[in-house]
Write a protein that binds this ligand. Structure first.
Ligand SMILES: C[S@@+](CC[C@H](N)C(=O)[O-])C[C@H]1O[C@@H](n2cnc3c(N)ncnc32)[C@H](O)[C@@H]1O
Length: 149
């Protein structure tokens, strides 16, 4: 169970860092918590998640997996604890020259044979994330490192 404030805290982080990137792809946001906060702040979020809740109103929804062959237009792609989508978020953003912000949690690289601990997972993602990559720590409990550009 993640920190109950994680969606609000991440939405505040996004607002501070991405004022003008209004079209946001919220990967693994199936519960709707992050997108609802983003909508309140004037963003236009789209959730993509295979386990999306159907009763999230006023937010664009795509029921499915985010992988490397998804063609969706967005300004910024974000993910809070996005499990198997984490590395795709970083790789697709770098490949398409897009902004991203991801808070990794479970260690789920695309290559399932790779074994690493949490610290190594953060370093692995950082190292594939291009030249402008940064990290920050969100004021939430649990997995709270955000990798972003
Ligand atoms: C640990 S939960 C976190 C959910 C939510 N972001 C949160 O913080 O509570 C992981 C979520 O990732 C979703 N997920 C896993 N692989 C995905 C993929 N390739 N694309 C989109 N969503 C994915 C799951 O369906 C699940 O909703």
């Amino acid at each position: 169970m993640g920190d109950i404030n994680r969606f609000k805290v991440f939405a505040d982080f996004i607002e501070r860092n991405y004022k003008y990137n209004k079209n946001i792809l919220d990967v693994a946001g199936g519960q709707g918590g992050l997108s609802i906060e983003l909508k309140r702040k004037g963003y236009n979020p789209t959730i993509i998640d295979p386990k999306i809740k159907s009763n999230i109103n006023n937010v664009n929804k795509i029921k499915g997996y985010y992988t490397d062959n998804i063609n969706i237009d967005y300004d910024l792609v974000v993910g809070m604890h996005p499990d198997g989508a984490t590395e795709y978020i970083v790789r697709n953003a770098v490949k398409n020259n897009k902004k991203f912000a991801v808070v990794p949690c479970c260690i789920m690289p695309i290559n399932k044979k790779l074994k690493m601990n949490y610290h190594e997972w953060i370093n692995y993602l950082y190292n594939i994330a291009g030249n402008n990559v940064k990290t920050a720590q969100l004021p939430i409990g649990g997995m709270n490192i955000v990798i972003y550009n």
